[in-house]
Design a protein around this ligand. Sequence first.
Ligand code: GLN
Length: 446
Amino acid sequence: MTIFEQTQTLNKKYNCFLEIFHEGRYPPASGKLEGMTVAIKDVLALKDARLTCGSKFLENFISLYSATCVERLAQAGARFIGKTNMDEFAMGSSNENSAFGVVLNPWDTTRVPGGSSGGSAVAVAIGAARLALGTDTGGSIRQPAAFTGTIGIKPTYGRISRYGLTAFASSFDTVGTFTRNLEDAALALEVMAGKDALDATSADIPAEEYSLGLEKDVRGLRIGIPIEYYGEGIEPDIREAINDTKEKFKKAGCTIHNVSLPHTKYAIAVYYILTTAEASSNLARFDGIRYGKRAKEAETLLETYVRSRSEGFGAEVKRRIMLGTYVLSSGYYYAYYKRAQRVRRLIKNDFTNAFNECDALLTPTTPTTAFKLGDKISDPLAMYLNDIFTVSANIAGVPAISIPVGLDNNDLPIGVQLMTGDFKETKLFSLAKEIHVDVLQRLKVN
Ligand code: GLN
């Protein structure tokens, strides 16, 4: 069977791809990543391929150019196999907000794969791709990585160019990867990281050889346990996994310390005020004229906007746009948007202080393992609360990784999260190698 046929067969079962490429459509070059099969979240541009963002609105949109991260992977020899399914415009935690159907979790097909990069997570978990690109605004790489037993990394804000990424919340959006092993993640980051003249927010700090971090000793590194992250609502199996992880770090010569991030309780509120505000502005370009399918019956300009947007966007996207315009409206701007910006600074300061006391923070990635399809979709607040441990890294911009460390009682993967200071990805890799368990060996596909 060709890669194309294999991918098609797997996709019939899990719906993780929105488009699968015939071999030869994107012939691979030679280089550091030679022959590595790569799947691309359908929110990142690849020249001449559809770019739907999981939305009906963009069902027939073809990209005119490739994202910088995609271009850099191509030059290093990546073999692109397809575009992956996702929550519409990357808004969601379960993939149930995709306009093209849910993605099924290969560990238990009655459960969600997480979101919004659920298709990318599953593509790697089932072995269809060696690497998948995702994006993470509030957890969209780390949460699905935890739910599928894959490694998900969200680098520092600005580490990887976002040119060619359809913006959701520009001061939060980050490109990252899903892989089965740390070596592939480190190599891909080396290739993609670094300044890009096409993205003014890309950091002018040279990329490191992250794979060298995989050989580094971690003796003497200080692991911080943020006490605010260990309240109610964490499943017992996940607590136990955290305790085992602490033991592994101790054995490797690390020390464990309690630290405090006192403004953690405001993180979800800050995240959902600021990201909806930014989304309401970013998504204004989808008006049926500049971008997006135009409604047929509209006669006036206003009617064109209103009808196109009403028909094109799904319920969650509409909810976010409405929340965003509300918090930005003149009567509420100071009470919500402005205040949330201030609390964002306090949260960032919490992290700066914590990283004066320790090298990395250890938390669960999620309070629970993969939940059932349909469980939270009619309760947006319950869905938002699932992001409780992941949003802070985006609020503060710090790098974070989710690493599989074992399975729970139901044989579902458990992921733990490590965070370090800005641009300390090498340290993230050094620590991650001490605790990673390749749970995917236990996954039976087909
Ligand atoms: N689940 C979060 C949300 O719905 C995170 C999304 C993301 O990181 N793109 O906003």
